[in-house]
Design a protein around this ligand. Structure first.
Ligand SMILES: Cc1cc2nc3c(=O)[nH]c(=O)nc-3n(C[C@H](O)[C@H](O)[C@H](O)COP(=O)(O)O)c2cc1C
Length: 254
């Protein structure tokens, strides 16, 4: 049996949450779905446990994460589906992820939704996951580990996940990163962009059609030379403020 931490995580909160969970198991291997042109041809065994995390983008799974996982040969490996979101809502993200994983021949044994600081509008869910969240996520993991040991209590691919059909429409994000004069053309952003959307020859240039506004380039730039238009971002935040007002809690589906 092997345990795998698998994540699409441009700004690392999904990665950290998946690792928090997988650290409760024995040694685990990592598969980072955020690598442009990565080799995603993996085969798993029925005994394996895959903790698979994605962020919610507009209430959906980022399509690129699904595309990359289409290369997986699941062979009924057990999957714990994890959705991380920024305290607005995850809408149909966990439903879409578990539907996809079941179709891909995983045995979905649990789903977790967890809140993390919003990677675009950092004022929302600031400081989360906090100590209370982390304690709760570890308790969820222990519940899942107990149910794996007692196979009679496992509900495979029938987890009563909340969400609706058809899934909420994802219209994309109109706001795209821009480059300011501080860019030193070091190329870190071009190397690490999950979509290969930044020119390696001239990292000031971003292909807006390829970019999914995942915030990776903005979060890693050592010169803070990539940013979103602050006025537009503030307008967007103001419009959405009410949707973030109440603290959302993590959830376990098992
Ligand atoms: C393009 C985009 C769309 C997002 N859509 C949602 C959303 O619909 N609901 C929500 O609560 N948070 C949303 N968020 C916030 C992220 O889900 C959250 O910050 C997550 O922790 C980011 O994961 P990462 O750090 O692994 O990249 C969105 C963030 C981005 C960049």
């Amino acid at each position: 049996m092997s345990v795998y931490s698998i994540y699409f995580s441009p700004t690392k909160s999904t990665e950290n949450i998946v690792k928090l969970i997988s650290n409760e198991f024995e040694e685990h291997k990592e598969i980072d779905l955020s690598v442009f042109n990565g080799d995603y041809n993996y085969s798993f065994n029925e005994d394996d446990i895959c903790i698979i995390g994605v962020p919610s983008y507009g209430g959906r799974v980022p399509n690129i994460a699904l595309e990359r996982m289409k290369n997986f040969n699941a062979n009924k490996a057990k999957a714990i589906a994890v959705v991380v979101y920024g305290n607005r809502a995850y809408d149909d993200t966990l439903l879409e992820l578990t539907d996809f994983l079941s179709k891909q021949n995983f045995s979905c044994i649990a789903g977790i939704t967890a809140i993390a600081e919003h990677s675009m509008m950092h004022q929302f869910a600031k400081g989360r996951p906090d100590d209370i969240d982390k304690k709760q996520l570890l308790e969820y993991t222990q519940t899942i580990i107990s149910s794996i040991k007692n196979t009679d209590s496992l509900h495979v691919n029938s987890l009563n996940i909340s969400g609706n059909y058809p899934y909420i429409e994802f219209k994309g994000v109109a706001l795209k990163p821009q480059t300011n004069d501080d860019c030193s053309k070091c190329g870190v952003c071009a190397k690490l962009c999950p979509m290969g959307a930044i020119s390696k020859e001239n990292p000031e240039i971003i292909d807006k059609d390829k970019c999914i506004t995942c915030m990776r380039c903005i979060s890693i730039c050592p010169k803070k030379a990539k940013n979103l238009d602050n006025d537009l971002l503030e307008q967007k935040a103001k419009l959405m403020e009410k949707l973030f007002a109440v603290r959302k809690e993590n959830e376990l589906f098992i």
